[in-house]
Design a protein around this ligand. Structure first.
Ligand SMILES: Cc1cc2nc3c(=O)[nH]c(=O)nc-3n(C[C@H](O)[C@H](O)[C@H](O)COP(=O)(O)OP(=O)(O)OC[C@H]3O[C@@H](n4cnc5c(N)ncnc54)[C@H](O)[C@@H]3O)c2cc1C
Length: 489
């Protein structure tokens, strides 16, 4: 099938205003934030999708997927467009983007059974604003909350800033509806728990559009007590001290909603108003009065235990103010993009990994040492550091952050700067048994390590693909390595 025939067929299945072939929109749809600099400079090297389509219903998505499956048309599901790892990048000539724009309804907010059901295209902010009116919260608060949509958030296994209390999206999803390439619609019912075989929610959660299209999601709701929030901040000696305090809090069973440790370089860009060139440790306790009191005690005891590494307590108001300005609106995203048309620098690229408590400090040390000694463009780095922002009983994550001046052609930036930096981080993590990917998904630019990440369990991941998407029409190149895609790296 060629593009013209594909468009003709689409026009028999959808109304005119459901098919977008505007050139600028197709250019925008051909890549995500991974190649944002090349995109802003108009030098993208990937094919444009043939169309962006806006289905109105699950039934329409089912018919579209069936059609694409029969005719070998690549499908890229799309939500809020905040993907950072190439999950929305297009590597096929014959591709349609199925955008969840019109799946925009909040279907039910059940404040007795504490769950809400929404269509995939509902922005998280919209749901959060609605449940807040009832004194509730979803507990999910990624920095992309104003823009990211429920389908995308579930498809990438996202995590929010209050995860230490509420968990990642996988802890919040009660049930969902999804559509497979053969058109089959699966509805996973909403129950508090069950032992009816493996947990099939996890086939859809984190699939990044490679197995199915998520059309509806039910998430948990929690009582919200903002009046009880307490904030804590400390200047500390080093990252290791911070990790030790985080561990102490977590293993004693306390669940602050926020528990973070910043390296001094990263602290300098976040906490410019108080960092004094030191590492920073912060906490937030939330919930009912009794809980907040207990958590606050737990934090203070942990800090006391490692008092040798604590340099200074920070005014809690400063931490609270900082939190109120963390999220990114669509305008912030657009402004950053516009800025890249003029600016030859990159701020805020990240690679987030995870490991157990004993291993995280080692990975951090090894990565820093290798980048400083091995990365040929180390002199162009304007910032290199990291923070731990999501902790568990048995370990934590590390969010490596790097800024640099771009001294090459725009089309070479990722190859010369980002990819070598990311490679060092991923190699050091995998070498020590950590996960190369804590919450941004694999997308297309960590797929070269998917097999190593999963080892012998890659068999299970591959079998899922073969079973649900045997013709490989779902988001070609995402998660699963593809020889054909290497040319775009
Ligand atoms: C400023 C900023 C801050 C961020 N902060 C965080 C953060 O704090 N925590 C975090 O986890 N992530 C964060 N991210 C990454 C990103 O926001 C998340 O991964 C988010 O979950 C993506 O949601 P989206 O609706 O924008 O999806 P999109 O970007 O549209 O899509 C993401 C991926 O999911 C697939 N997909 C989208 N919708 C569906 C669907 N309905 N069915 C199947 N597959 C689908 C796409 O094909 C793609 O592979 C941030 C990104 C930005 C730009």
């Amino acid at each position: 099938m060629d593009s013209a025939t594909l468009l003709e067929k689409l026009s028999t299945m959808l109304k005119v205003d459901q098919i977008n072939t505007n050139h600028d929109d197709l250019y925008d749809a051909s890549a995500d934030r991974y190649k944002k600099y090349a995109k802003a400079r108009k030098v993208l090297d990937v094919p444009l999708p043939v169309a962006i389509v806006y289905p109105d219903s699950t039934d329409e998505i089912s018919r579209l997927l069936m059609f694409c499956n029969q005719n070998n048309v690549n499908v890229i599901p799309r939500g809020g467009k905040t993907a950072t790892e190439g999950g929305l990048e297009n590597w096929k000539e014959l591709t349609i983007v199925i955008d969840a724009l019109r799946l925009d309804k909040i279907l039910k907010i059940d404040d007795y059974n504490m769950q809400a059901t929404v269509q995939a295209g509902v922005p998280l902010q919209q749901l959060e604003d609605s449940v807040r009116k009832l004194g509730l919260t979803t507990g999910h608060s990624p920095q992309s909350k104003p823009v990211a949509k429920l389908g995308g958030l579930v498809a990438t296994r996202s995590i929010g800033q209050f995860s230490t209390l509420y968990g990642g999206i996988e802890d919040m999803v009660v049930g969902l509806e999804c559509v497979f390439p053969n058109g089959h619609v699966s509805r996973i019912k909403n129950v508090s728990r069950r032992a009816g075989g493996p947990d099939i929610r996890h086939i859809a959660i984190g699939n990044e559009g490679t197995l199915c299209y998520i059309t509806e999601v039910t998430v948990k709701l929690f009582r919200y007590f903002p009046e009880n929030n307490q904030f804590f901040g400390y200047l500390i000696k080093d990252v290791e001290t911070g990790i030790k305090v985080l561990r102490e809090v977590m293993v004693n069973g306390y669940r602050p909603s926020v528990a973070r440790t910043y390296s001094e370089e990263d602290a300098a860009q976040h906490f410019y108003h108080f960092h004094k060139n030191q590492c920073v440790l912060i906490f937030m306790a939330e919930g009912n009065v009794g809980m907040v009191k207990a958590i606050a005690n737990g934090i203070e005891q942990a800090v006391e235990k490692f008092a040798d590494g604590i340099l200074e307590k920070v005014d809690s108001k400063l931490i609270q103010d900082w939190f109120n300005h963390l999220n990114w609106s669509q305008k912030d995203i657009d402004d950053e993009f516009e800025g890249m048309k003029e600016n030859d620098s990159h701020a805020g690229f990240t690679t987030e990994i995870s490991a157990d408590w004993g291993t995280i400090p080692l990975i951090y040390k090894n990565v820093m040492a290798r980048i400083r000694s091995e990365f040929p463009r180390a002199g162009d780095l304007t910032m290199l550091g990291g923070h731990s922002s999501h902790s568990y009983c048995n370990g934590t994550n590390m969010y490596f952050v790097y800024n640099y001046k771009i001294k090459c052609n725009p089309e070479d930036e990722m190859r010369i700067y980002h990819h070598p930096l990311q490679t060092i981080i991923v190699e050091e993590t995998l070498k020590l048994g950590g996960s190369m990917c804590h919450h941004h998904g694999i997308g297309k630019y960590r797929n070269e390590w998917t097999k190593e990440e999963h080892g012998s369990a890659y068999y299970m991941l591959e079998t899922l693909k073969n079973a649900f998407d045997p013709k490989g029409i779902m988001n070609f190149g995402t998660i699963y390595p593809q020889e054909d895609g290497k040319k775009y790296r």
